[in-house]
Design a protein around this ligand. Sequence first.
Ligand SMILES: Cc1cc2nc3c(=O)[nH]c(=O)nc-3n(C[C@H](O)[C@H](O)[C@H](O)COP(=O)(O)OP(=O)(O)OC[C@H]3O[C@@H](n4cnc5c(N)ncnc54)[C@H](O)[C@@H]3O)c2cc1C
Length: 239
Amino acid sequence: MYDFTYQKPGSLADAVKVLSGDMEAKALAGGQTFIPVLKQRLNKPSTVVDLSKLGLSGITVAGDKIVIGAMTRHADVASNADIQAKIPGLAHMASMIGDEAVRHRGTMGGSLANNDPAACYPSAILALGGTIKTDRRSIAADDFFQGMFTTALEQGEIITSIELPIPQPPSSCRSRRSRLTRSSATRPRATRSSACSSPSMLPACVWRSPAPARVGYSGILRWKRRCRRTSPPRRSTAS
Ligand SMILES: Cc1cc2nc3c(=O)[nH]c(=O)nc-3n(C[C@H](O)[C@H](O)[C@H](O)COP(=O)(O)OP(=O)(O)OC[C@H]3O[C@@H](n4cnc5c(N)ncnc54)[C@H](O)[C@@H]3O)c2cc1C
């Protein structure tokens, strides 16, 4: 590990000031990716800015949305009663991330900012049509993830929360949902994601099952494109 200065600001404004004023400064959330990177000397930040005192954790239901603070740990997503009730697939997925230690340190904001193609949250947030809120703007998930380990975040920009619309399963989904449930026990894992066969189905299926999250977000993008190509043209409602 190279030498660096460590700071733990008490306000978002102070954290943004440090990170924006120094190109070499880096944010620290749960440290599950960042600390091993530092240990292996793959990154040499001038300052490490700990985000743990900014009050960015917590889960609230606001109307038809669930808002998850960027510093919310995977274990808290997994055990939260509102997420278990309204997006159970997400809670289940969070409960399967890494091991106990990773789930009790790793954060949703850290996972999204890192955008590892092997990570679970990017694909789930993309599939759920989430919005990433930062200290300066709101970014739709479709625009946020730009490639492997690449996001729309600018220098010094901090994710503050993630807003997820609560999925409303369409009535046509019910039979497929039961098929999904039934198939879970009998079919090999890889074929389960095929139950989500139209764009409108995907949020509902994530709602019901973590299976689509396992296909990875690049898989979901490919699948969305395929659905767009094969979907019949929308009927005009104008008389
Ligand atoms: C052994 C192991 C197993 C794992 N298994 C899985 C798994 O099965 N599934 C899975 O999805 N993930 C897995 N992970 C990843 C883990 O879940 C973390 O989500 C991930 O490491 C990043 O989260 P973090 O909070 O630790 O972020 P950190 O490591 O602290 O930060 C990661 C990056 O994001 C930036 N950052 C952090 N927070 C913010 C913010 N709020 N705003 C802007 N930038 C920010 C940091 O500057 C850094 O560049 C695993 C990790 C380990 C070590």
